[in-house]
Design a protein around this ligand. Structure first.
Ligand SMILES: Cc1cc2nc3c(=O)[nH]c(=O)nc-3n(C[C@H](O)[C@H](O)[C@H](O)COP(=O)(O)O)c2cc1C
Length: 402
């Protein structure tokens, strides 16, 4: 069944005026067929009564960690396991700081740490608070951890100011949770994804690498998990947290990446090659650190294996989606790569300047043998969702979806 219907949604309410709007969010979720449990911070209870949420959700509301009746059976762990999705709305500046620091000083913050559910945060606060570097720093820590941030919006605020800081409307939060819940498009499918750069050493402390951040591959992994797939992510060296539900193998070099891929490829239905694998590696890495004695240093480079082309050439291999990063002639080069490597699909993006590798937003030109579609500039999570939706159509058209 699609969307939040039949999902277990944990709604965390923290201490801001927008707490009253979350009553409407709870109502929309219940109406949408979700099972909703509400946890409120002590401050949230100053704004809205737990009784209101209890009446709307038909479930008792929890506000205390040290609750003898519930904790007789470790109720907080049971609640953390129960949740499919966690939404914190409104998220106060204070609560975002506690999440960022990993504090567990009340029930809601403890649940956040104990749960593997996907987490969405809808911040709400005064515009100056929102702009404060401390809040922005916490925000980026949460984003880097794969937490979805919705809003805040610009408009009139309860304090009389006008600016950014209003909580997103309950209907928008509901819609985002509904999309994030997925509809089981890839239930029962096994997907192997490569992500990030590879580092090719030429002595024990130095390597040749590239600027791939891994963000796109990690977003694709997260999108597939949300759609019910079993996901194995083979990642080069990146500074990213593993999305909930994804199994991860870390590698450094192209040869290690190839080995990890071929150790697992047999059982896989779909292969997505998002990694920026180094085309060349130093021929003979030195055993000891190279000293700067000479004016010139020459390195001989050897071609690395083309993992994507090898997988695409497998007899009865998986459906393959490759990525191409180009600095010029995007469409032409991408179509040539699609047919030369005999891929099922290719997602091409322009890189260089501020585009592509390290940014949070991207656009993609997606090609398949008899068609193509341009996916417009958007954040990598949204882009990943659009990409795998396109992939599902091609996968089905290729007769693989049965
Ligand atoms: C009237 C009033 C309104 C407040 N509104 C907000 C708000 O919109 N956003 C916010 O981050 N903090 C707001 N605060 C401050 C928080 O309630 C305070 O930081 C509290 O410690 C948050 O606790 P919690 O994160 O455990 O819910 C408000 C405080 C008061 C007294």
């Amino acid at each position: 069944m699609a969307g939040v219907a039949n999902q277990n949604i944990l709604l965390g309410v923290t201490g801001g005026i927008a707490a009253y709007k979350s009553v409407e969010l709870a109502r929309l979720l219940v109406k949408g067929g979700a099972r909703v449990r509400v946890v409120m911070t002590e401050a949230a209870c100053r704004f809205v009564s737990p009784l209101t949420f209890q009446a709307v959700t038909a479930n008792p509301v929890r506000t205390q960690l040290f609750d003898e009746a519930h904790e007789a059976a470790m109720g907080h762990i049971e609640l953390a396991r129960w949740a499919d999705q966690m939404i914190i709305a409104p998220a106060s500046a204070d609560f975002m700081a506690r999440m960022a620091q990993g504090l567990a000083d009340d029930l809601l913050s403890t649940l956040y740490l104990a749960s593997t559910a996907s987490v969405t945060v809808a911040p709400a606060m005064n515009r100056r608070m929102w702009r404060h570097p401390a809040v922005q720093h916490n925000l980026s820590l949460l984003e880097d951890r794969g937490i979805r941030i919705l809003g805040p919006e610009t408009g009139e605020q309860a304090c009389g100011d006008t600016g950014i800081g209003r909580m997103s409307e309950p209907s928008e939060i509901f819609a985002a949770l509904d999309v994030a819940a997925g509809s089981g498009l890839f239930a029962g499918r096994k997907v192997l994804i490569t992500a990030g750069p590879t580092h090719e050493p030429f002595d024990p402390v130095r390597f040749i690498g590239n600027r791939s951040s891994g963000k796109m591959g990690f977003a694709v992994a997260q999108a597939f998990v949300r759609e019910g797939a079993e996901v194995l992510l083979v990642s080069g060296p990146v500074q990213l947290a593993t999305p909930a539900g994804v199994q991860r193998i870390n590698v450094q070099t192209a040869l290690q990446m190839r080995e990890a891929v071929f150790d697992n490829i047999q059982a896989v239905d779909i292969f997505v090659a998002c990694a920026a694998v180094a085309d060349y590696r130093p021929e003979s890495p030195r055993e000891n650190k190279i000293k700067k004695t000479d004016d010139r240093l020459e390195l001989n480079l050897l071609r690395n294996p083309d993992i994507l082309a090898e997988v695409a050439a497998l007899e009865k291999g998986p459906f393959t989606l490759g990525f191409a990063a180009e600095t010029e002639n995007l469409a032409e080069n991408a179509r040539a790569k699609l047919s030369k490597k005999k891929l099922d699909m290719l997602a091409a993006n322009r890189v260089g300047d501020d585009l592509g590798f390290e940014s949070d937003d991207n656009s993609l030109l997606v090609l398949w043998p008899n068609g193509e579609k341009q996916l417009p500039l958007q954040n990598k999570q949204q882009l990943a969702h659009a990409l795998i939706t396109l992939l599902e159509q091609q996968y089905r058209d290729a007769g693989r979806g049965d």
